[in-house]
Design a protein around this ligand. Structure first.
Ligand code: NDP
Length: 283
């Protein structure tokens, strides 16, 4: 039986730490501010944006929402980002992805000032992560690391396997495990002997985007299993990339879905925004 690592608990602790630090920043005259831009009316994006605004209010940040119509032009969006880059009271800028197709996501990410890029998607921040000299870490992989630290799991010398190589999860996840001295393998849709590679992992991170993809025969006895996936199963119920019922008896630690990595992402966004406010105010 695995120990369940509760993202609900750990994220509440992170948010409480941020709230306390925010109070002491306010005493110095600084209130962290986050601007959240949403273009169009994607229902999932709307839920994420609402949750981010709620989290800001809870920790004491000011948040501003810019809900732009789906037909917003690239020029209009870039102009808004430029304005926000120049405002001293806005420390973090986040543009909810995905954007409508006619907008150039890369150009939008590049337009956000790296010091306000609290998602850590700007190429300059990605490069900083690569060399291990960073201000911000991308929220989801940072949340996974926070869960590991909280559970006392050390990646050093361990065989770490990440399934998925996206820019926002898989690749930075692998880099963070490497920084902590894990021996890291990244798997993807063209990996040939996936089952064999996964079943040798001491630490297995699933970021595939496929419901219950990781089965018991892909997991080593006693492995740590960290599930990033957010999917719906055949009954429409929220589930991860790991088949929890099958895998849990074999693992030593496992994160559930919901209540695992998910709540960590927003908590780490709050941490990044606090850090941005500190850096921009020389604190
Ligand atoms: P992407 O779709 O961008 O990436 C999925 C990755 O999985 C790709 O690298 C792909 O390989 C790989 N993959 C797909 N099929 C297979 C397969 N059969 N075997 C091996 N690898 C495969 O997804 P994201 O990284 O954005 O997200 C992954 C999951 O995490 C999703 O469920 C998403 O909803 C969730 N997520 C959760 C967050 C949270 O807050 N908890 C935040 C962000 C994402 P290839 O590159 O070859 O196509």
């Amino acid at each position: 039986m695995a120990a369940i690592i509760s993202g609900k608990e750990v994220s509440a602790k992170v948010r409480e730490q941020v709230r306390e630090e925010c109070e002491s920043l306010k005493a110095k005259g600084v209130t962290p501010g986050l601007a959240v831009i949403i273009v169009g009316d994607d229902p999932a994006s709307r839920v994420y944006v609402n949750n981010k605004k709620k989290a800001c209010a809870e920790v004491g940040f000011v948040s501003e929402e810019y809900a732009l119509p789906a037909e917003t032009t690239q020029e209009e969006l870039l102009k808004l980002i430029e304005e926000l880059n120049g405002r001293a009271d806005i420390n973090g800028i986040l543009c909810q992805l995905p954007l409508p197709r006619h907008l150039d996501e890369k150009a939008v990410i590049n337009a956000i000032s790296p010091l306000k890029d609290v998602d850590a998607f700007h190429p300059s921040n990605v490069g900083r992560i690569m060399i291990g000299d960073y201000h911000f870490l991308p929220c989801t992989p940072a949340g996974v690391m926070e869960l590991m630290h909280h559970a006392g799991i050390d990646a050093a010398g361990k065989s770490c396997v990440v399934i998925g190589r996206s820019n926002i999860v898989g690749k930075p996840m692998a880099m963070l495990l490497l920084h902590e001295n894990g021996t890291v393998t990244i798997c993807h849709s063209r990996t040939k002997n996936l089952k064999e590679i996964c079943s040798n992992a001491d630490i297995l991170v699933a970021a595939v985007g496929k419901a219950k993809f990781v089965k018991a025969d892909m997991v080593k006895e006693g492995a740590v299993v960290l599930d990033v996936g957010i999917n719906r199963d055949e009954n429409g119920k929220l589930c991860g990339d790991v088949d929890f019922d099958e895998v849990e008896p074999k693992a030593s630690y496992i994160t559930p879905v919901p209540g695992g990595v998910g709540p960590m992402t927003i908590a780490m966004l709050m941490k990044n925004t606090l850090m941005a406010a500190k850096i921009q105010n020389g604190l």
